[in-house]
Design a protein around this ligand. Structure first.
Ligand SMILES: Cc1cc2nc3c(=O)[nH]c(=O)nc-3n(C[C@H](O)[C@H](O)[C@H](O)COP(=O)(O)O)c2cc1C
Length: 343
């Protein structure tokens, strides 16, 4: 009995330390290798451990379902197929062509799964606005162009901060951060259309400006909780969601600790087409995220002058974040930076 308890304890500790020592990406790569090698049960065990971290991607759910279907475990396969669709998987052709899932096609649950995929596809086509209605538009305070903190000091002291004081942030502070993220610093009247108003604070490949920036407000003085799109051209906020979406954004980012105390969050998306029209695949694979890095770093450094803490977040579910912020059809969410006064 004692020996059995010790063995159980060792297994629990080993699983726990595997989870702690190896990040999600490492574990799913390991699981994928097992799947490819036909070691289905081992693959499932590693995926299950990886999902315990709170992270997931629908492809990893699909892989787990593939392993389960290969082991003829239909219940487990359907469980993970359902989770994949919930998380945004909607590639029906791919679904129909998995050889290991052919035997599931006669199951009633397969038909309901296809119906859910259809519904999700329809939602993706019609569930997002084509463009933002500009019914509620808020003029932002002008940014200031000086501070008591030098760029060098901001670079030296910059750190990612994940816990904040409960104090609200002000509209002036939010305006300053949005301006640093994507504000226009050189207005241009007769520039080509793609410049959309002028050159902006961060550099952008070919001045294509593929990014869009949102503010998710939770505790901002003078601003109702909700979601706002930053209209750089006019330095205004356009309300896109007139209700509190904090919980939904937090859920999309797997309830990471930042959301417990942050006052607001900046969210970036990109319209990849703007870059691809000029640069093709190179624009998609490289330039959009390089642009994003410049914009995010501006927010990191600007926040240092405001005694505001922030942290880049790349781990979230794309579909959930897109829904929570009510982004327009062609946008893909890329980044979140919660903000809050330093403790
Ligand atoms: C692309 C990217 C994604 C990140 N994603 C997360 C995240 O999801 N959660 C988090 O807490 N930190 C995230 N970070 C912050 C890093 O963990 C942090 O920058 C790193 O630990 C170095 O610490 P420092 O920023 O204080 O120098 C991310 C940073 C980058 C650049």
């Amino acid at each position: 009995m004692k020996r059995a308890t010790h063995i159980l304890l060792a297994v629990v500790l080993l699983t726990g330390s595997y989870c702690l020592a190896q990040g999600y990406d490492f574990m799913v790569r390991d699981a994928e290798r097992k799947l490819m090698a036909g070691e289905f049960q081992e693959a499932i065990d590693i995926y299950m451990t990886a999902f315990k971290s709170g992270e997931f991607h629908y492809n990893d759910y699909i892989h787990t379902a593939q392993a389960a279907a290969s082991l003829n475990d239909a219940d487990l396969a359907f469980k993970f197929l359902g989770m994949a669709v919930n998380a945004g998987f909607m590639d029906k052709d791919r679904l129909m062509n998995f050889p290991c899932m052919k035997k599931l096609h006669t199951d009633k649950r397969w038909t309901s799964l296809l119906i859910r995929v259809d519904k999700l596809q329809k939602f993706m086509q019609n569930g997002f606005p084509k463009k933002h209605a500009e019914n509620v538009v808020i003029d932002l305070p002008e940014p200031r162009f000086d501070s008591g903190t030098s760029v060098e000091k901001a670079i030296k002291n910059r750190r990612s901060v994940r816990q904040y004081s409960e104090a609200p942030v002000t509209l002036q502070e939010v305006a300053q951060l949005l301006w640093a993220a994507y504000g226009i610093t050189k207005p241009m009247k007769n520039a080509p259309d793609f410049i959309r108003g002028g050159l902006r604070a961060p550099p952008s490949a070919g001045a294509r400006y593929p990014l869009e920036v949102y503010l998710v407000a939770r505790n901002v003085d003078g601003l109702d909780s909700g979601v706002y799109w930053y209209k750089s051209e006019t330095h205004q906020l356009v309300q896109t969601v007139a209700e509190d979406r904090w919980e939904a954004v937090s859920e999309a980012a797997f309830f990471q600790q930042h959301f417990k105390t942050a006052a607001a969050a900046l969210v970036w998306s990109a319209i990849f087409e703007r870059n691809m029209a000029k640069y093709g695949e190179r624009g998609r694979e490289r330039y959009v995220c390089m642009d994003l890095g410049h914009s995010g770093e501006h927010v990191y450094l600007q926040s240092m002058t405001l005694e505001i803490g922030t942290c880049a977040i790349g781990a979230f579910n794309d579909l959930w974040l897109k829904r929570a912020c009510s982004m327009t059809v062609p946008e893909e969410p890329l980044y979140i930076m919660p903000i809050g006064k330093l403790k």
